[in-house]
Design a protein around this ligand. Structure first.
Ligand SMILES: [Zn+2]
Ligand SMILES: [Zn+2]
Length: 322
């Protein structure tokens, strides 16, 4: 939570998708819950980590639960947004279409939870996690799988203005992610061809790809297509992104060394980071538009094979030429 507002768009901005995903396991039928007037749930202890442990699992571990109907046939997506930072309806529609194309979930509900601003100059994932614990009201219930997405009014603490790095979104548990809406809005002003809804959709779909367990983040790769990077010890490691040009899960990956990684690991928040050049990212979207395609990239064949193997819907993909 830096006390410095750092957006200098005179510099080349690089965008980072900090992403992690996580899946929850079995339904919580044995956990007594109550439902409030807004459809929210409160548990017996008042601590959602104890009342709904299935929603506090490792990033990327719930891919199969999301894409198939084996254990959960209903999906609730709670969009928690700071007042004034609700995403566009066009992005919500495109996001829901993406879910319907890749998963077998047909009963999908998106609910909105308006929240006050935390009044922070920047946000760490730990802070975002605390907000979730305090405010989230949708959790797994029976055969309903619940996802929480927070639309923030402040940029990520990982942003490094000196390096021209900004973060668009991140996943930090199996059913939890954040979209840095204020940052996305700033970027949307940089292109005449790309709309705010395009950037919101690309970010949502990319981050949600990590909730599917991509790439090698809980969902095994069928063929090796994971991009690599070097860690602090110069060891070559996978970075949970795709190495296929044009894939949604690659998103013009450029950097991976989010400084919060070690701190997040200590706090048990699995957060593989993904950072891309904003200018290249926007160029990619503009290139797609110029070819008559929808702006947000789509997942490529390799990523599709991975999620098909855990039960994703496959027919519409080939029909759409993915
Ligand atoms: Zn990512
Ligand atoms: Zn891919």
């Amino acid at each position: 939570m830096k006390k410095l507002v750092r957006f200098s768009f005179g510099l080349l901005l690089l965008v980072s998708f900090a992403c992690s995903s996580d899946s929850s396991g079995d339904p919580v039928d044995d956990t007594p819950t109550t439902t409030d007037d807004n459809g929210g749930q409160t548990g017996t202890t008042g601590d959602p980590r104890q009342d709904f442990p299935e929603n506090f699992q490792a990033t990327g571990s719930s891919g199969a639960d999301i894409v198939s109907n084996a254990d959960f046939d209903r999906l609730v997506v709670q969009i928690a947004h700071v007042t004034g930072f609700r995403p566009t309806q066009a992005a919500m529609d495109a996001f829901e279409e993406y879910l319907r194309e890749l998963t077998f979930k047909e009963d999908i509900t998106i609910n909105f939870l308006e929240l006050g601003s935390p009044d922070e100059e920047t946000l760490t994932l730990s802070e975002i996690s605390e907000f979730e614990i305090d405010n989230r009201t949708s959790y797994n219930d029976g055969r309903t799988l619940a996802i929480y997405i927070y639309f923030a009014d402040s940029p990520s603490d990982d942003d490094e203005e000196d390096e021209g790095l900004v973060t668009l979104g991140a996943v930090y548990r199996n059913t939890s992610m954040v979209i840095f809406e204020s940052t996305i809005r700033s970027l949307a002003n940089r292109s005449a061809l790309i709309t705010l809804a395009d950037l919101e959709t690309a970010t949502l779909n990319h981050e949600f790809g990590h909730l599917f367990g991509l790439v090698n983040l809980g969902t095994p790769t069928i063929n090796d297509h994971e991009e690599t990077t070097t860690d602090e010890n110069n060891e070559v490691i996978g970075n949970n992104h795709c190495n296929v040009d044009g894939c949604l899960m690659r998103a013009e990956l450029q950097f991976t060394a989010a400084k919060s990684f070690a701190a997040n690991r200590i706090q048990n928040l699995h957060n593989p980071s993904c950072q891309v050049s904003a200018s290249q990212f926007i160029k990619t979207l503009e290139s797609r538009v110029s070819k008559g395609l929808v702006a947000p990239p789509i997942i490529d064949t390799e990523c599709r094979l991975d999620i098909e193997a855990i039960g994703a819907r496959i027919t519409s993909n080939s029909a759409k030429g993915y």
